[in-house]
Design a protein around this ligand. Sequence first.
Ligand SMILES: N[C@@H](CCC(=O)N[C@@H](CS)C(=O)NCC(=O)O)C(=O)O
Length: 235
Amino acid sequence: MTGQSLPSAFPPSLSLYYSPKACSLASHIALEESGLAFEAVAVNIRNQENRQADYLRLNPSGTVPALGIGGQILTESQAILTYIADLAPESQLLPRPGTVARARAHEWMNLISSSLHVAYRSIFRPQTYGGEEAAGMAAVQAQGGKNLARYLELIESRLGDSTYALGETFTVVDAYLFVFYLWSFDERVQCGLPARPRYAALAQRVAARPAVRKAVARERAVRAYDLPPHIVMEA
Ligand SMILES: N[C@@H](CCC(=O)N[C@@H](CS)C(=O)NCC(=O)O)C(=O)O
């Protein structure tokens, strides 16, 4: 993380560094939903653009999302999503601080970043945890598939009958869940996954939002990625 000074202008100028269909899509959606002005900068991780010197100078972790805030760089989806929501309180992208609902939002976001995302990473990039040996990677992928199935079941049971994850209001939690719903249809996920009708219904409601369509359309113009057939994204 770089930079310690407070942004001198308010609202600060915002630049989102994202890669199409990466976890950064949640931050991309949050910015569109917030109504804040921002610049979207594509850093295509499939082409290793995140490993080039210019990007590493900006963000030494080499990951997306990264949010430029004036002269500072903020990383980690949960931090970025929370910051965007707090910068645009009128958009109600998170419940008020100090409420149980706010704690629930962080409960969701932690589950997503520390468990769900990690299960996908075990499948997509098994060498991260298993080293370069084929046997190690296969073991990590197999366990990743089991973990993914377990977390999808947990998510399905936690989603109640409300419109969105936290109730009747869309929040950044829904944007974050949406990304990992899309990933569950990735061709690299070879294991059988549990039925997830509530999660599917949530993803469909999220996909119908104009701000979500705008963010996804911008990303697909950079790299045309597929969506599950039941996620309709006509402009
Ligand atoms: N904990 C970070 C994880 C960020 C992350 O792993 N991003 C992936 C894309 S989903 C990435 O940049 N991968 C490229 C790489 O690690 O080289 C967060 O939640 O923002």
